[in-house]
Design a protein around this ligand. Structure first.
Ligand code: NCD
Length: 308
């Protein structure tokens, strides 16, 4: 796959070679973050626009940090709710306009397909930082990177996805990447929040069937990676619907000690609400803070491959 000048809209764009190239560059960027050599000034003179129409802490700050660490600069639309879009401008016009100022656009928006819409008339690369319940391709790249960094490879692993698999966009992107690896995948969710058919059938084209569970202990038994997600409150029709599922799966230290493999890791794209109790943080399996740190080298890798 070609990175230079490309939009990054969905995980489906990546083949295995593309994922491996990206992960290799992320390892180099990780080394650079420690030694501060080789890539200094790589993106000097380049400007990134960060357009977040939905709340974000980690994704936004790690993209912006990645750009700054490579010598680039960042501009942003403060009070984006007050922007031209509010006046009725189409996303495609916004894309065209912002392209004339910057070298790359990173965007998050509550509607599925909105980032692709903005990209349709943009003359610079646009990166999807989350569009509704659809895709979050860069989060899933850092999830893969975390698994590889911990175990040395992704092939051969058993990965259990837990929680809101219907609305959790990171899960949708992760499954599209995992399709290219020799993995076993399990899903633990209430029936109403299971993986959407389209995402599931796309993954299963690989010949691997996802094993589905409602019981958490059964689903995590023997897993190498347990990928927790929060119930995505903002995607439900109303609060009562959300409350039916809030707190449905909770990990605490006792449960993890009794049920998990010693060498397993717990990932979570964060923020967590109540699905991982604080007492899990001190266990060797807790890996979500290591995971979040990996957002910077992975996004440095992506920006450098798109812009150079
Ligand atoms: C995720 C997201 O925005 O989809 N968060 C993130 O980017 N780290 C997960 C979530 O909000 O639950």
């Amino acid at each position: 796959m070609k990175f230079t000048g490309s939009h990054i809209l969905e995980a489906k764009q990546f083949d295995r070679k593309g994922i491996e190239e990206l992960l290799k560059r992320a390892t180099e960027m990780d080394d650079f973050l420690i030694e501060k050599k080789d890539f200094a000034g790589l993106l000097a003179g380049k400007v990134m626009a960060s357009l977040f129409y939905e709340p974000s802490t980690r994704t936004r700050l790690s993209f912006e940090t990645a750009m700054l660490r490579l010598g680039g600069t960042v501009t942003t639309a403060a009070n984006i709710e007050m922007s031209s879009l509010k006046k009725g401008e189409t996303l495609s016009d916004t894309g065209k306009v912002i392209s004339s100022y910057v070298d790359v656009i990173v965007m998050r928006h509550p509607q599925n397909g909105s980032v692709a819409q903005l990209a349709s008339k943009a003359s610079v690369p646009v990166i999807n930082a989350g569009d509704g319940a659809n895709q979050h391709p860069t989060q899933a790249l850092l999830d893969l990177y975390t698994i590889q960094k911990k175990f040395g490879s992704i092939d051969g692993k058993t990965i259990t996805l837990v929680g809101d698999l219907k609305y959790g966009r990171t899960v949708h992107s992760l499954l599209e990447y995992l399709k290219h690896f020799k993995v076993s995948v399990r899903a633990v969710s209430p029936k109403a929040l299971c993986i959407p058919d389209e995402v599931l059938s796309h993954f299963e084209e690989s010949g691997v069937k996802v094993e589905c569970f409602e019981n958490l202990a059964e689903g995590v038994n023997g897993a190498d990676v347990v990928y927790m997600t929060r119930i995505q409150e903002e995607r439900f029709e109303n609060t009562n619907e959300y409350l039916k599922y809030k707190g449905v799966y909770v990990l605490n230290a006792d449960f993890v000690k009794k049920t998990f493999n010693k060498n397993a890791i717990i990932l979570h794209p964060l923020p967590r609400i109540d699905e991982i109790a604080g007492d899990v943080d001190d266990l060797s399996q807790a890996y979500y803070f290591e995971q979040v740190r990996n957002g910077v080298p992975v996004r440095m890798a992506l920006l450098s491959m798109i812009l150079c």
